[in-house]
Design a protein around this ligand. Structure first.
Ligand code: URA
Length: 248
């Protein structure tokens, strides 16, 4: 990158003022005064001082949402070479990472960022960010089961916090779901469930606790952000307003 561009984009002075300072000998690169505004620098390793002060690169914060398809692992790198969510993010800096995780076979809204503070805020249980899922399960949960899910059920990692749950459709054919060999002729229900926690496999374990197997799971909403009509496998940048709404 050119010296003057690096300094100007870090926000310390306008491009014109930066050029003037360089020409007047008030800028150093690794301790040596440089008089040429276009002098090439290495952002990662060179130390640049502008009028005696260290210039820090402006880290460009990135916020992305992906519509994750089933079959991708939520990790930055898989030692066994299996497809990961990173494979779906082309042309983006390597510094971004997933915020939380979705299971291999869970679909839907997954956030990515390079902003550690944002990631912590989104994941910390203290902030109780609500996540909403569509779940297709075998059979039809009765009212008692739905109430148990609402009030808290025992899963491996303790009792779950109160959840919102709504039975959306109790008589689906398998065509609206994935082909489910174990359930070819059985009934399938579609439910919407909202939880605040993020225990591993939580939704699947909650339904299991009341005797229903999740056949398909899709996250449609995280806090104020919804998946909308983003197509499977596609991603987009969040708008500044969306980032602001998420972090409150
Ligand atoms: N609950 C699950 O069971 N799986 C997910 O991927 C997310 C929530």
């Amino acid at each position: 990158m050119r010296l003057e561009k690096f300094i100007a984009t870090s926000g310390v002075a306008s491009r014109r003022a930066v050029k003037r300072s360089i020409r007047e000998g008030r800028v150093t690169v690794n301790g040596t005064t440089v008089f040429i505004p276009g002098h090439p620098i290495k952002v990662q390793t060179d130390t640049i001082e502008f009028e005696g002060k260290l210039v820090k690169p402006l880290t460009h914060r990135i916020y992305i949402m992906l519509h994750k398809p089933a079959g991708y692992i939520t990790t930055r790198h898989d030692e066994r070479g299996r497809p990961t969510v990173m494979d779906l993010l082309t042309d983006l800096p390597k510094s971004i990472y997933p915020v939380g995780r979705l299971d291999l076979n869970t679909e839907g809204l997954l956030l990515f960022t390079n902003d550690g503070q944002f990631a912590n805020r989104m994941m910390h249980p203290r902030h109780e960010i609500e996540k909403t899922y569509l779940a297709w399960v075998n059979g039809v949960p009765n009212n008692r089961s739905l109430d148990r899910l609402r009030n808290g059920v025992k899963i491996q990692k303790g009792i779950t916090s109160p959840a919102k749950i709504k039975l959306l459709d109790a008589n689906l054919s398998t065509s609206e779901t994935i082909s489910d060999k174990r359930n070819r002729n059985g009934k399938i229900s579609k439910l919407r469930i909202s939880i605040h926690e993020g225990k591993k496999r939580q939704v699947r374990l909650m339904f299991k606790a009341v005797g229903h197997r999740v056949i398909r799971l899709k996250r449609t909403r995280v806090g104020s952000l919804s998946l909308g009509n983003l197509q499977q496998g596609q991603y987009r940048y969040l708008t500044p307003a969306e980032v602001k709404d998420l972090t409150g």
